[in-house]
Design a protein around this ligand. Structure first.
Ligand SMILES: [Zn+2]
Length: 364
């Protein structure tokens, strides 16, 4: 048993509290990383992550964890950076990267997957009302509106919400989903792309999404995959960790447990390499300790091009837990089945996705 308990009361300018036990299974966690820093936005502090010691669970979480009151401080420079070029000035290597990336996406047939992500995994759904939680730049919701959806967004930051509403002309509600008190069964589709890893009480979050979803509606969650090839290769430098803003990191099992504990009886969960190029590129910059610098290493470019290629080939060959992102699709039943209540079955949504259901662990 790991008896290391944190005693720190604050890290950087944020108050923190100890989180020694797993929120899903109650087991103790062991320290996974203990000297993480924020390469991306420079929030001060040294951060630790714990991993659940129950091998059937393996949830990863921040410990000590930032208090709810001080959590907004982790985003101080996040919003002012919104919309800036994450990869610094364009140069010959960044242009080469983009070219290789487009070529590889074509060669590996990745474009269909990227297209599906851009359409919010709602491409098989007729347009209706869509709530995009944590709508960021608003570009995704605007794309969906152009496809016929009646969109609305949420954001925790009032300035960001106002800017998006001004730029795109749709409503952006400010606050946490449970504070916004949308009516039950009122929305056809809810998307939360790269949001759940930032949420301090994920069960409450998912339960609230499920409550406000219409019967027959779809919940779409996208989050970094802690079991991905990229995490195994880059370890503490993996972009998906994003300290200190990512409070929980999920694998397929833990996302499934979270859904089940939040009252979702049936969901499809799979990993995808659609965003691998961004994650590999970012991780490489973090490892090199030069996140904001222009790219200048052709050898490194080639290396992560090859790794991304390996991830896509692994996914195609049925090693389906390799992808950098996890996707959860849950369609709310039109009528609650009496038999379903005690019988939580995680079934594929459609046969085309059945192939990806075979989740096989990947090893670097
Ligand atoms: Zn656990």
């Amino acid at each position: 048993m790991d008896m290391t308990f944190s005693t720190a009361r604050s890290i950087g300018d944020m108050r923190v509290e100890p989180r020694p036990a797993c929120m899903l299974c109650g087991s103790e966690g062991h320290v996974l990383y203990e000297s993480l820093i924020d390469h991306q936005y420079g929030v001060p502090g040294i951060w630790s992550l714990r991993e659940c010691s129950n091998t059937r669970c393996s949830l990863v979480w921040q410990d000590p964890m930032i208090t709810p009151e001080d959590l907004p401080l982790a985003y101080k420079s996040y919003y002012t950076h919104a919309g800036h070029d994450a990869f610094g000035p364009e140069n010959i290597w960044s242009r080469t990267f983009s070219l290789l990336d487009r070529l590889m996406a074509k060669l590996h047939g990745l474009n269909a997957e990227r297209q599906r992500f851009r359409q919010g995994f709602l491409d098989d759904r007729p347009p209706g009302s869509l709530l995009d939680i944590g709508c960021g730049s608003g570009d995704f919701a605007a794309t969906m509106r152009a496809r016929g959806w009646a969109v609305r967004g949420t954001d925790a930051d009032p300035d960001a919400a106002r800017d998006v509403a001004h730029k795109h002309g749709f409503q952006v509600d400010v606050g946490e989903i449970h504070d916004l008190a949308y009516p039950s069964g009122s929305i056809d589709a809810i998307t939360a792309r790269h949001v759940i890893e930032h949420v301090r009480d994920p069960q409450r979050f998912v339960r609230e999404c499920w409550r406000i979803l219409k019967p027959g509606g779809r919940l779409v969650l996208v989050t970094p995959n802690v079991a991905s090839l990229g995490h195994q290769l880059y370890r503490e430098h993996w972009q998906g960790l994003e300290p200190p803003r990512h409070l929980f990191l999920y694998g397929r099992n833990t996302l499934e447990q979270l859904a089940s504990a939040s009252g979702i009886e049936s969901a499809e969960i799979f990993s995808t390499a659609q965003g691998a190029s961004y994650i590999f590129r970012s991780s490489e910059r973090i490892r090199a300790g030069r996140y904001d610098a222009a790219e200048s290493w052709p050898r490194t470019l080639l290396q992560y091009w090859l790794w991304q290629s390996r991830e896509i080939r692994s996914l195609r060959n049925g090693i389906s837990e390799c992808g950098e992102e996890l996707v959860l699709l849950a369609d709310k039943p039109v009528r609650t089945s009496l038999h379903a209540a005690g019988n939580r079955i995680f079934a594929p949504v459609n046969p085309e996705q059945q192939l990806r259901r075979r989740m096989t662990a990947c090893s670097a």
